[in-house]
Design a protein around this ligand. Structure first.
Ligand code: ATP
Ligand code: MG
Length: 363
């Protein structure tokens, strides 16, 4: 709000008022004139405080001009009396100028201080942002270390399993030749061979999951991927009595990435939400544009996640479910980070959980 016009009006009015008092008070009431004459200091000092040196001096000059005719024409006679009045005019100007100067210097110091404070605040904010970034990167490093250890372990394990599997299969094939097809032992050995093949596949699948792979980067529509996920899980949701919905979005959101992987990530999140939500609850998905990029939110009305569990949900093999592997969120986070995105979980006990995936605009 600009208070300048109001202040100028107030000053003008008070000068006018004091002058009227002066001009209309009979001359013989000396003491009243003496008092009114000092009233002029009020607007002068106010003007100096509000508008600094120029305000104080300007106001004093206006007062001088208004007051001078009074001395000249009304008091006109006695020179000594006039002298005193003229001195008062000089005082008006001296007081206006010095008060203005002092007020101005004070104001300048204040705004200087404010500027410094703002600067400090800004650098403090930047420091906070930076330290948060460092913490995040550190956390990421720690996690990727964990995951790569996991990958190495998986590779060793897979190797250790696949070699004996090879020998089992080889020897089984030799044994099979001892029996004619149709004989029960021939069938048993067939089963043995098939089962070793199945085991081999399992190991290979696991290896593929744990080992970092080159992703196939394409333009993907986040909306389309989410629609696919909703279609895939609709039956599951219906059976559980949960309302699953993808809320309409204002913009088309795209991300350069591997659509299949993203689908897998979103599927893990939606499955967790469905598994956590009791019948009659809901799971809502929104995808929107923010100032930084795209943001997908998966909100369920489940029980929420206690703090001690929340700390660990991204750890590989951490699960609270009897039949869970605990790999869902670990893999999901890895996928989203491979797309330069981030994954965070917000949860309120008794209200529900929101998993937020963010993808920056470039990347
Ligand atoms: N929406 C959610 N509401 C409540 N708890 C959740 C939610 N999502 C994840 N969790 C918790 O996080 C844990 C880890 O989830 P994660 O998906 O990694 O493994 P999982 O679901 O237990 O097993 P998997 O996904 O391999 O079947 C879960 O066991 C569960 O306790
Ligand atoms: Mg899961």
């Amino acid at each position: 709000m600009n208070r300048t016009p109001l202040r100028i009006a107030l000053l003008g009015l008070s000068i006018l008022g004091i002058s009227l008092l002066h001009y209309f008070t009979p001359l013989h009431l000396h003491y009243l004139h003496d008092i009114f004459q000092r009233f002029y200091y009020l607007p002068i000092i106010l003007a100096a405080l509000w508008f600094g040196f120029r305000g104080g001096l300007g106001c004093a000059l206006v007062v001088s001009v208004v007051y001078a005719p009074h001395i000249l024409f009304q008091w006109g006679e006695g020179f000594t009396l006039g002298m005193e009045k003229y001195l008062e005019i000089v005082m008006y100007n001296v007081v206006g100028a010095t008060t203005g100067l002092l007020a101005q210097r004070e104001q300048e110091r204040n705004s200087e201080l404010e500027r410094t404070a703002r600067g400090l605040e800004e650098s403090n904010r930047q420091l906070t942002v930076q330290s948060e970034r460092i913490i995040a990167v550190e956390e990421q490093l720690r996690r990727s270390e964990k995951l790569s250890t996991l990958g190495e372990m998986a590779a060793v394990l897979a190797h250790e399993i696949r070699n004996p599997l090879g020998s089992i299969r080889g020897t089984a094939e030799i044994l099979r030749d001892d029996y004619r097809p149709g004989e029960p032992k021939h069938e048993f050995i067939e089963i043995q061979i098939k089962e070793t093949e199945r085991l081999n596949h399992v190991v290979e699948d696991f290896l593929r999951l744990a080992r970092p792979q080159a992703a196939e980067m394409r333009h993907c529509s986040l909306r389309e991927e989410l629609e696919t996920i909703v279609t895939l899980t609709a039956t599951e949701a219906r059976q559980r009595g949960i309302r699953l919905e993808l809320l309409p979005a204002a913009d088309e959101l795209t991300v350069t990435g591997d659509g299949e992987k993203l689908r897998q990530a979103f599927l893990n999140i939606v499955l967790n939400a469905l598994q956590a939500t009791p019948a009659g609850g809901s799971v809502a998905i929104t995808a929107d544009r923010t100032s930084q990029g795209s943001e997908i939110r998966f909100t369920d009305t489940g029980p929420g996640i206690p703090a001690d569990v929340r700390e660990r949900i991204f750890e590989p093999f951490f699960t609270t479910k009897p039949d869970g592997t605990g790999l869902g969120l670990a893999v999901t986070r890895k996928i989203i980070e491979a797309h330069n995105g981030s994954l965070v979980v917000e949860s309120v006990i008794g209200t529900g959980t929101t998993v937020v995936a963010r993808f920056p605009d470039r990347g």
